[in-house]
Design a protein around this ligand. Structure first.
Ligand SMILES: [Zn+2]
Length: 952
């Protein structure tokens, strides 16, 4: 699953995090914003960090594995007699007169997990959505093996009305009599009590008729719509089951390890199509207006990967090298926007089949554009669903950033077809086995398709640095984290599972080398295909591969990274050739001022098994490695060196802190040759400063007084002009050149370089009167800054364009993003109000707008005041999903840096955020505490340094 993108690829970035400045009352609004010298100084800090980030350009090539063997398919022979049309008729032998539906009554089974007495083998399901009444009815027949004798059945059901239950043995004449059935709304379980015990070793059929409503919260079986250019609203129905929503579409054993085969029939309006995990094998007209599609039986798979769509889409298809039929589905008017995704999906599938060494086991792979989803995309096995803007692309209208997103998201979802779909985590605590791998492989896959994109370099900035920020608070959690109920399960779809998971996988690859890495993965996938696995299964595969070459206990090493939260900082000191290293946990908050969280004890006592790598000036390309298991490690270098840099290539998930001499050595090297920079990733300011004695932050360069004194803007101009000149104005060159040009032109305009502001305003006018046609890349800059520096005319034009039915979803996202750049409080407030109107913005657009406004130091306070006044409306609009509400609060508060602001946030969270999210509330508070601490410790130093550059 891919999350909805919350952070813009270009323009304002995470470095805004470092715009810490004093503000007056949080409660007062002004109509325009001004920039104080101090705030300007912090802006420069952020800008330098931007430059630092965009300056990293390189690409790596990845080796591919050998050709894959064919997997063994298990064919289903279920005895499901699906009713052809009328699903309201009883279809079983049960005694229905004894049915009672006593919601809330006590079960004999009182656990959130299902009992292991019954194991599902296969499902036959008929689904019949009514696209006018927006509900659905269904009938399911589950074939279940009785592992041990029991007189009750427990399965999952959520928000379904059960109208009939029938039970019988598959191959026996014995009757199964039901005493009663109960539904627990709280535990989302259906409990069926029997009059006698089921026979161990037998197979039974559980037949259930049910009815549900197409949900409007984009979970389970949900309703969606799009508007045609003619203004007509067209409805569709689609599914989002991960992690625990299959149970709201049909009664099932909804745990990932309870894999089974699924055979579906779907009734649809005759002018619609339906899609399922497998290909359609037949269709049958059942009335003048409706047709039933009959689908092939699936391979053995988890319930959360089942998916179906009923829509009026068109598609384009092509065959992969191995004969898989790959399609992209879109609304008829957008059918010409599917070509890029179709081409890239095909190439990525071809590559993954080589890379994994295992053929994609299905006959088809559908990629379906959904107007609105609760996630960015979902990897269902066979029909992958994407929010439209992550799938549909028009090269003449969309920017490089849009193209980047489409390819990365497709690469992520297709990576899951192996990691997640073929081999599934045993339980949700090991979600990282799905998401960590998909996150890492999305870089590998995209890098293969576009070797000139610097994907593997970007990893440290976009994934590893993000994980380190999330993992440096005591409110973090281990990668493999115990979870039980749906709320807890939903919470671990976070940066730790995705970004830290991907980072430790990358670290392991660097330790064992690519050959062993890919062989171990291939063996792991082959051994556990169509089944589930856990952490230990993965480490075992690596240990097997390494047994003849490297004496390292992979499980011992990796457990310290996956079974405890946090990561270490390694302090290094060198005395001649003698090097001493000491590890301790890196925590960004002052634990004495934490918001009440008890620091979780660790079974490893917060020590890590660190693969400590380093290079020296004598051999800058020769990476040495020591394994550091204890608190302290001492070793001797074989020769005298001028400098030593640890965590070479930034593949280790740890920070390094040198003693003063060590930092001085590196600073000297940086001044003479920047190619050996200390790649410390961070959330912005750290590249600018280095720790000094006692952990104080000191400016990196401050001792030679060589800086220019032409004023703040002039310093930046001096830094940027040579690069801007070299890049030129025209939107030409390769992908990286274009992206860097966009970043720098955007930065120059944001800083108010007159030449660029003039260009923006001139281009905007010419674009509006039709005398200039800008490239999509340039358009995004012009829209943003015309809104920022312009007035009502510019605002109205962009707003009207965004709301036009002729604007594609991706274009609308660009326009809405541009509107968040406004400095005008009234306009930004209007934009926020519009975001709550669901006829104007889809839920993901509303979320993008709210968080987008929060990304700008100008809009952040407007957003904070807005959410305080409208929290209940906002919560309704985002369907009360805690993850989304936290994202909004995070963006509204991430520049908070005073005790007053801290108290205000705490009051808000106590008042509005539920208990289930207590840990994440602490994370929000800790982020503010970190800002307060950082400001107290380093603000004056940094401001003095920045002002010194401008005062000569
Ligand atoms: Zn994913």
């Amino acid at each position: 699953m891919a999350e909805i993108e919350e952070v813009s690829f270009s323009g304002t970035s995470k470095s805004d995090k470092n715009l810490l400045f004093n503000r007056g009352s949080l409660l007062n609004n002004s109509t325009m914003y001004t920039c104080s010298p101090r705030r300007a100084a912090f802006t420069v800090a952020a800008i330098i960090c931007c430059l630092f980030a965009v300056s990293v350009i390189a690409a790596f090539a990845r080796p591919a594995c050998s050709m894959p063997p064919s997997p063994n398919h298990t064919s289903v022979d279920a005895d499901h007699k699906l009713p052809s049309t009328n699903i309201s008729q009883p279809t079983n032998t049960a005694t229905t007169d004894k049915i009672s539906n006593v919601k809330g009554s006590q079960f004999r089974w009182n656990k959130i997990r299902l009992p292991t007495t019954l194991v599902p083998h296969s499902y036959g399901v008929l689904i019949h959505p009514d696209m006018e009444k927006f509900d659905f009815s269904g009938w399911s027949s589950v074939e279940v093996v009785v592992k041990s004798s029991t007189d009750y059945i427990v399965m999952h059901v959520k928000q379904l009305n059960i109208s009939d239950i029938g039970l019988r043995y598959r191959n026996r004449d014995d009757r199964i009599e039901m005493k009663k059935y109960l539904i627990s709304v709280e535990r989302e379980q259906l409990y069926i009590e029997l009059t006698s015990n089921l026979i161990a070793g037998s197979t039974i059929l559980i037949n259930v008729s049910f009815h549900g409503v197409l949900s409007d919260n984009m979970n389970g079986f949900f309703l969606n719509f799009y508007i045609t250019r003619g203004g007509v609203k067209r409805y569709l129905a689609a599914t989002q089951f991960e992690p625990t929503e299959a149970r709201s579409a049909f009664p099932c054993f909804d745990e990932p390890h309870m894999k089974a085969h699924f055979k579906f029939n779907i009734i649809r309006p005759k002018d619609y199509i339906s899609l399922f995990n497998t290909e359609k094998v037949a269709e049958k007209m059942i009335s003048e207006n409706e047709t039933m599609d009959i689908f092939n039986t699936t391979l053995k798979m988890s319930t959360y990967l089942v998916a179906f769509v009923v829509c009026d889409y068109l598609s384009k298809s092509q065959l992969s090298k191995s004969g898989v039929n790959i399609s992209v589905y879109a609304p008829p008017e957008a059918i010409n926007d599917v070509n890029v995704a179709l081409d890239k999906a095909t190439k990525i599938l071809d590559f993954y089949e080589d890379f994994y060494g295992i053929k994609y086991p299905l006959k088809k792979l559908d990629n379906v554009a959904i107007p609105d989803m609760s996630v960015g995309a979902m990897e269902n096995w066979g029909p992958v669903l994407y929010i439209s803007k992550y799938l549909l692309l028009n090269e003449s209208r969309n920017s490089e950033h849009d193209k980047n997103m489409v390819v990365v998201v497709v690469a992520h979802e297709l990576a899951h077809q192996w990691f997640g779909n073929l081999v599934t985590m045993e339980w949700w605590n090991d979600l990282w086995l799905n998401e960590g791998f998909a996150k890492y492989i999305e870089y590998v896959g995209t890098n293969h398709i576009f070797p000139d994109w610097p994907m593997m370099e970007i990893f440290t900035c976009q994934t590893m640095a993000v994980a380190m920020v999330a993992d440096s608070s005591d409110a973090s959690h281990s990668i493999s984290d115990p979870v039980y109920d749906p709320n807890e399960i939903n919470e671990i779809f976070d940066s730790i599972s995705y970004d830290k998971g991907a980072s430790v996988i990358r670290m392991l690859e660097n330790v064992v080398g690519p050959d062993v890495f890919y062989r171990a993965l291939k063996n792991y996938l082959t051994k556990h295909q169509f089944d589930t696995a856990n952490n230990n299964d993965l480490w075992e595969s690596f240990t097997q591969q390494l047994k003849d070459t490297m004496h390292i206990n992979v499980k011992e090493m990796m457990d310290t990274w996956t079974l405890q939260m946090g990561f270490p900082v390694v302090s290094m000191s060198r005395n001649g050739r003698q090097v001493t290293c000491r590890q301790e946990r890196y925590v960004i908050t002052d634990q004495s001022k934490l918001a009440g969280v008890q620091v979780e004890p660790s079974r490893f006592n917060y020590l890590w098994f660190i693969p400590l790598t380093f290079v020296t000036d004598r051999h800058p390309n020769n990476h040495s490695m020591y394994f550091m298991k204890e608190k302290t490690l001492r070793f001797e270098l074989p020769e005298d060196v001028n400098w030593l840099k640890a965590n070479s290539n930034m593949t280790g998930f740890y920070r390094v802190h040198y003693d003063d001499n060590g930092w001085s050595d590196i600073i000297r090297q940086l001044k003479s040759d920047h190619t050996h920079r200390p790649h410390e990733p961070d959330d912005g300011a750290r590249p600018l400063v280095v720790p000094g004695e006692g952990g104080e932050l000191q400016p990196l360069e401050d001792d030679d007084g060589e800086h220019q004194d032409d004023g703040l803007q002039d310093v930046m101009k001096k830094l940027m002009t040579p690069i801007l000149k070299k890049l030129g104005w025209e939107d030409v060159g390769d992908h990286d050149t274009k992206l860097i040009r966009i970043e720098l032109m955007s930065l120059a305009t944001r800083l108010g370089f007159q030449e660029y502001v003039d260009w923006v305003m001139r281009s905007f006018k010419q674009m509006v009167n039709g005398s200039l046609r800008l490239s999509p890349n340039q358009q995004s800059i012009v829209f943003r800054y015309a809104v920022k520096y312009g007035g009502a005319e510019e605002w109205d034009f962009v707003m009207n364009s965004a709301m036009s039915s002729n604007t594609s979803q991706a274009q609308k996202a660009v326009m809405l993003d541009a509107l968040t750049f406004s400095n005008d409080v009234l306009r930004v407030t209007r934009l926020l109000e519009m975001s709550l109107n669901q006829t104007l913005m889809k839920t993901n657009e509303c979320l993008g707008t709210l968080t987008g406004v929060g990304k700008h130091s100008a809009g952040q306070l407007v957003l904070w005041n807005f959410i305080k006044k409208n929290w209940s409306l906002i919560n309704d609009r985002i369907h009360g999903m805690p993850k989304r509400s936290r994202a909004i609060v995070r963006f509204a508060s991430f520049l908070f840096s005073t005790e007053v602001e801290y108290d205000e946030l705490q009051t808000f969270l106590n008042e509005h955020m539920s208990k289930e999210t207590a840990r994440l509330n602490i994370e929000l508070l800790d982020a503010v505490r970190m800002n307060i601490n950082w400001k107290a410790k380093s603000e004056d130093q940094l401001v003095q340094w920045l002002l010194k550059q401008t005062s000569h």
